[in-house]
Design a protein around this ligand. Structure first.
Ligand code: S3P
Length: 449
């Protein structure tokens, strides 16, 4: 939750076979959007399977600060009574988004076209991340952003008195920027148009249509062009949040590198804008199968079975696949360490501005674990050790949940296990990570206890 503080050092030890079923939590991206779109509808949106991680809870608290009512019915069911498009009240305290770039950027978009003022802050990691990528287009709508000279939080947004719709080409592959603009466009009269050169996750578009907005997207020579008609009346929904493919990646990859493993991860969202890791793993020779492919709430879903794969091969990952697996590069570099040959990842400069500089964090931790890694501004090459990763060192996690989980998984396959300086950030996206992995047979120790 916003402002968690004390470090939780952890260690994973080389594991025997991981076996059984891994019920991973709800999708983080869809959970944030469920709360925000619920708050922008008039009436009660019911959300089943909401991710109860710190990032999402912080977004829920923010929606309360803007006037929505949030109720936890327990067992993963929540409801949010929204105030409607243009109905946000002015918060009477600072909005603390904790560790969440998604929360901060989407909420800024959602409030920027209402005549209210809000100040945003976050933890040490979030306050280092670039926000000008969002505030620049929001200013085109008529909002004003006042913050630090380098476009970082804390910052204040004074929402537009009379918003005008915009036409904007997003300069980097970012679903958060695209979504902030679409959410701002909701309260601007007329057509807001966003163009993205490379397709990024499209949950905002799918969900806006589900909530009753008029939104069209088409592929042109410029890229994907998304047009939204402003000032709709959004209708409250009943949402079933699919399980998070980015969280599923951890038990799936663990099973690939731990001898004798066989793990079933049911009900995983396989939206093609998110599923690049699974294509990549199969290209590397992973024993990964999709069972029971189906569609739920407009999203493709399947049960994934992952088995120990001793013959993984290093490959060159096409840069055009980066957006569909952007959060999975940290765990992929771990799998690559266990493969045979070199895995080359290019076109991944966005990794430098995530919860941490993920190229730097993974390269440093992997080298300490005995893996040869080369890296540059927008690339990283991992030289695989054919299953024989020494480990036995301590990786720094830099307040980054995915770095923490990646090195704990590495330790499950490495000869000498692996330690991390701080596992506390895991709670932002995967609060049940430790018990879930332990039920499969892994051993994770909190080393300060
Ligand atoms: C997200 C978009 C991605 C991703 C993040 C979640 C979203 O960020 O890394 O974890 O929910 O829209 P960018 O938009 O910065 O690529």
């Amino acid at each position: 939750m916003a402002g968690h503080s004390s470090l939780i050092p952890m260690k994973s030890i080389k594991s025997g076979p991981l076996m059984g079923q891994a019920d991973v939590p709800g999708d983080k991206s869809i959970s944030h959007r469920s709360l925000i779109l619920g708050a922008l509808s008039v009436g009660e949106t019911i959300i089943q399977g909401l991710l109860e991680g710190d990032d999402v809870i912080d977004t829920g608290r923010a929606m309360e600060a803007f006037g929505a009512e949030l109720i936890n019915h327990n067992y993963g069911t929540w409801s949010i009574h929204g105030v409607g498009v243009g109905g946000f009240a002015e918060p009477n305290s600072v909005i603390n988004c904790g560790n969440s770039g998604t929360g901060a950027r989407l909420i800024m978009g959602a409030m920027a076209t209402s005549p209210i003022t809000a100040t945003f802050t976050g933890d040490v990691s979030l306050n280092k991340r670039p926000m000008d990528r969002v505030t620049e287009p929001l200013e085109m709508f008529g909002a004003h952003a006042y913050g630090r000279s380098n476009g970082q939080l804390p910052l204040t947004i004074v929402g537009a008195e009379e918003a005008v719709p915009i036409h904007y080409q997003v300069p980097m592959p970012s679903a958060q920027v695209k979504s902030a603009i679409l959410l701002a466009g909701l309260n601007a009269p007329g057509q807001t148009v966003v163009i993205e050169k490379e397709s990024t996750r499209d949950h905002t578009e799918r969900m806006l249509i589900g909530f009753g907005a008029e939104l069209i997207s088409e592929y042109t020579d410029e890229g994907r062009v998304i047009s939204l008609t402003g000032q709709p009346e959004l209708r409250p929904q009943k949402i079933n949040v699919p399980r998070d493919p980015s969280s599923a990646a951890f038990p799936i990859c663990a099973a690939l590198i731990v001898e004798g493993s066989d793990v079933l991860v049911p009900n995983i969202g396989l939206n093609p804008t998110r599923a690049g890791l699974f294509d990549t793993l199969r290209d590397m020779g992973a024993n990964l199968t999709f069972e029971n492919l189906r569609e739920e709430s407009g999203e493709p879903v399947a049960d994934l079975r992952s088995k120990y794969s001793p013959d993984l091969k290093g490959i060159d990952i096409p840069p055009e696949r980066a957006a569909s697996m952007i959060d999975e590069y940290p765990i992929l570099t771990v799998v690559a360490s266990f493969a045979q040959g070199i895995t080359r990842m290019h076109g991944v400069n966005e990794l430098r501005v995530k919860e941490s500089d993920r190229i730097e964090a993974m390269a440093t931790g992997l080298r300490a674990a005995g893996v040869l890694v080369e890296d540059g501004e927008d690339w990283i090459h991992v030289h695989g050790l054919e299953g024989k990763v020494p480990g036995g060192s301590t990786a720094t996690t830099y307040l980054d949940h995915r770095i923490a989980m990646s090195f704990l998984i590495l330790g499950m396959g490495a000869k000498n296990g692996m330690s991390i300086d701080d596992g506390a950030p895991v709670a932002t996206s995967f609060p049940i990570f430790e018990p879930l992995m332990e039920r499969l047979g892994a051993s994770i120790i909190r080393t300060d206890e």
